[in-house]
Design a protein around this ligand. Sequence first.
Ligand code: E4P
Length: 221
Amino acid sequence: MILSMKIFADTGNLKDIQAIADLGILDGVTTNPSLLAKEPGDFEDNLKKICEIVKGPVSGEVTATDYKGMLDQGRRIAKLHQYMVVKVPLTKDGIKACKTLSGEGTKVNVTLCFSPAQALLAAKAGATYISPFVGRLDDISINGMEMVREIVTIYRNYHFKTEVLVASARHPMHVVEAAKMGADIVTAPPKVIEMLYNHPLTNIGLENFLKDWEKAQAVKA
Ligand code: E4P
């Protein structure tokens, strides 16, 4: 049974991760080669530091595209820290690598998923997480959240343990829709996580409360 939708930060930036962790709502982190390439320092050291901050699942992606290469890199990534999750792309070799790595007890996040059929294969290969990319589907005029709805239905039908990790989230509605569908996790960039709590009516309301309070204090003085 899902108790609460988890929120992951989709970034490799240590400062941003620390700030979100300080809010007390961070359950994990996802990275990819593009995100880690933006950060200074050694990527393996950075992943270890992220694990120390988050104390929860942190995905690090292989860059090899062949089965053997994915296994070599995946095993190395898994050894970096107890919280590391190995991310492999949803290709033929990726599915095979997922099966092998999962069989060894490594947590695998199968990424770059763009269809329910792909998600079905990842679950059968023992993936811990499947990452359907909603924003990138929306970008080509295909409803990304519909794909998530279908994946959630398929996984529920067969009680697959693979968690649905909604990725490529671009705005708060992706997060809200994912929660309504019962997705397990959403990973979002720091700016989208910030949008979740920022609301103009909250700011205006607070400003008015404080003005009224100050006025009343001035009258009493
Ligand atoms: C998921 O793990 C990916 O890192 C990410 O969500 C990709 O998002 P983008 O489409 O915004 O690059």
